[in-house]
Design a protein around this ligand. Structure first.
Ligand code: ATP
Length: 409
């Protein structure tokens, strides 16, 4: 079997520190499970940009597209490059260059003690946000006029295309269908952004009808969504929204799951097999803690889990997540999540725990080590499988079909 090539880009700040741990984890899994994967380390980021002006060379962009199954990216952003030139070229070069229109961010608490809400437990925080990744206000259209004068004007355009809106909404519904969820929430601000978000509302309504009655489409204003996520996050399973709101709402989601050090994400093109996908922790480069050895590596390890599930190894993802959950429960973790370990020690503990799981599996009694204790879910629901998303053929709503049962909680 041809090995799947994975490009590794540490990037800036804490990025290289956590990607180093991601690489060690991939090497461990390659060794223990004979995974046919090949790792390709790339020297890209602020250091390289400051050294020789390189951001994201076209030949690298093409080589990744042609040869790689996935990219693992740490983080980009460095105070020495205030204009973010390198970050823009690399991030947008991948998100837009490879048309990775779905930024999928699972918000799942792995332990009760990480949930900051009074009276809530880990089982209450388990939803996935589908953030549109190629349009919206992040396209960089706009400009400044009379800059630096009392009359200056600054404009950023919010770009929403029918195609872009429809495909991310469909991806969310496809995901809900594949994972047995009966509701998809769409968050916008159509009461204020009457042109752009009226399009979202209309398309959402249309797509919802195709999936009814099995899956219900529910509209929510984004400000209300923030309120409801704090009041009762357990009512959400799948949320779809635009680029800006997705960015903001998933930081709130990260807080519900224990902080930015615990939040993983995938950037995928929903409908084509064989297209390269990009995986990155939700956190940024965190310059305030860079180089101190205290960054939480778990977001990156969980991101490796998403990557492996995407490549067709969902059991490996479950093993990683369960080991991270046990690290949290046993306080074998960094300070931001209540432990006292440094980056390398916390990641090493998880690797050792994974080795213990493999030993137990070899002896035939390790199955119980696969599912995190906090929220036992069925295999089909746990399985992360973006490959299953395909644009559905237009279908007529079927009559007399009973709604899907609620997912196990
Ligand atoms: P970006 O705009 O690139 O998303 P940001 O400025 O919003 O970045 P981060 O760089 O993610 O934010 O960091 C926000 C704060 O969260 C940091 O100051 C840091 O204290 C904390 N943080 C982020 N990631 C981690 C991590 N992996 N481990 C521990 N703390 C983290």
């Amino acid at each position: 079997m041809k090995a799947a090539k994975i490009a590794l880009i540490g990037g800036d700040g804490i990025g290289p520190e956590v990607v180093r741990e991601g690489k060690l984890l991939l090497e461990l899994l390659r060794e223990e499970r004979n995974l046919p994967i090949e790792l390709w380390e790339l020297d890209l980021g602020a250091e390289r940009y400051l050294r020789d002006g390189t951001t994201f060379p076209p030949e690298v962009r093409v080589a990744i597209q042609r040869e790689c199954a996935a990219v693992l990216l740490g983080a980009l952003g460095d105070p020495r490059v205030p204009g973010m030139e390198h970050a823009r070229d690399i991030i947008f070069g991948m998100r837009q260059g490879y048309d990775l229109f779905a930024n999928v961010r699972p918000c799942r608490a792995l332990s009760d003690r990480l949930v900051p809400l009074k009276g809530r437990a880990a089982r209450d925080v388990d939803f996935v946000v589908f953030r549109e990744n190629t349009e919206g206000i992040y396209v960089g259209m706009g400009g400044q006029f009379k800059r630096g004068t009392p009359d200056e004007v600054a404009i950023n355009e919010d770009v929403n295309t029918r195609k872009g809106v429809e495909r991310i909404i469909r991806a969310a519904f496809e995901y809900a269908r594949a994972h047995g969820h009966d509701t998809v929430h769409m968050a916008d601000k159509s009461n204020a952004m009457r042109h752009a978000h009226e399009l979202w509302l209309r398309v959402f309504d249309q797509v919802s009808r195709e999936y009814a009655p099995g899956i219900k489409g529910k509209h929510v204003y984004v400000d209300a969504l923030c309120l409801y996520l704090i009041q009762d996050p357990s009512q959400f399973r799948v949320i779809v929204t635009n680029n800006l709101f997705g960015d903001i709402v998933t930081d709130l989601g990260a807080a519900l799951q224990g902080g930015l050090g615990m939040a993983a994400s995938a950037n995928v093109h929903g409908s084509e097999r064989g297209r390269v996908a990009m995986f990155e922790p939700v956190h940024g480069s965190a310059p305030d803690i860079a180089g101190k050895g205290v960054a939480n590596p778990f977001a990156c390890l969980l991101t490796v889990g998403l990557l492996l599930a995407h490549l067709g190894y969902p059991e490996e993802e479950r093993i990683i997540e369960a080991a991270v959950a046990r690290a949290i429960d046993g306080q074998q973790c960094t300070r931001d999540v209540g432990g006292a370990l440094g980056t390398q020690a916390a990641a090493a503990w998880v690797r050792e725990e994974i080795r213990r799981t493999f030993r137990a599996l070899r002896l035939g009694h390790g199955r119980e080590r696969l599912a995190p204790r906090c929220a036992p879910l069925s295999d089909s629901e746990r399985c992360w499988s973006p490959r299953r998303w395909r644009p559905p053929r237009p279908r007529r709503p079927r009559k007399n079909r009973s709604p899907s049962p609620s997912p196990p909680r």
